[in-house]
Design a protein around this ligand. Sequence first.
Ligand SMILES: C[S@@+](CC[C@H](N)C(=O)[O-])C[C@H]1O[C@@H](n2cnc3c(N)ncnc32)[C@H](O)[C@@H]1O
Length: 256
Amino acid sequence: MNATYSALLERAAPLFGRDAAWLAGRVRGGVVDLLRDDFAPTATQRALDTPLTAWLYDVVRDRAVRSIGMPAFPDEARSVCERLALAQGDVVLDVACGHGNFTAEIARRVGADGLVVGLDIAGAMLARAAARVARERLDHVLLVRGDALALPFADGAFAKANCAGGLHQMPDLGRALGEMARVLASGGRFAASGFAQRGAAPAGWRGVAWRRFALHFVPVDELRTALRRAGFADAVVEMAGRWFAYASARRASGST
Ligand SMILES: C[S@@+](CC[C@H](N)C(=O)[O-])C[C@H]1O[C@@H](n2cnc3c(N)ncnc32)[C@H](O)[C@@H]1O
């Protein structure tokens, strides 16, 4: 482990309520691995966790989203960063960071005085994120393998949290949002973007697929309600096209 990475672990350790040695003992391939051994991925989660699918996602993501009328990555990233009101020095969590596209963009914006933690369950996606971070020499980014439904961080650890393209994969949306609220400081900003739909959850074959694969378009009314219940205030959920939405909110003061 080189001195730069050791210094990063020292800076990040308080976010976990641990010391740097504890984190260092869990580093594998540039990622702090904190995923429970008995974690059982859904079919959708498993599908993205192979070198081939992670590579494919990395290569085709931007073309694919544009072809189905979703925002191009630079536009989505700009909107997300505006919703987070990113500033130099911010300490930011990027949940479901995948191959690290948003993690890297956020890290460039908060600068070397900031600290960005990218978290994902998929080792294959995180391997691509680690390569990206090394390529771009983003020494203030820590990558963590962990589950959004049981975040390995202390209460109120982060000033800001992002979840792009991840909420539709969460088998328990309320619990994932509750965890993100828990690790945000009071008043901390939250942003999300991804597959969404107006109206209720689907019935019929789409409903079956939803339950079987835990992959779905998040109904925007359900998302607004879930944000409020999770402890967020000032929630704004806006459709941007037919199947995509942006969300933003603040961690309500005094909520638990
Ligand atoms: C569609 S990719 C999004 C990647 C990137 N944020 C983007 O917008 O391009 C969804 C990511 O969510 C991750 N994911 C799904 N469920 C998760 C969970 N419970 N905890 C953490 N990450 C999760 C997957 O492994 C995958 O990398």
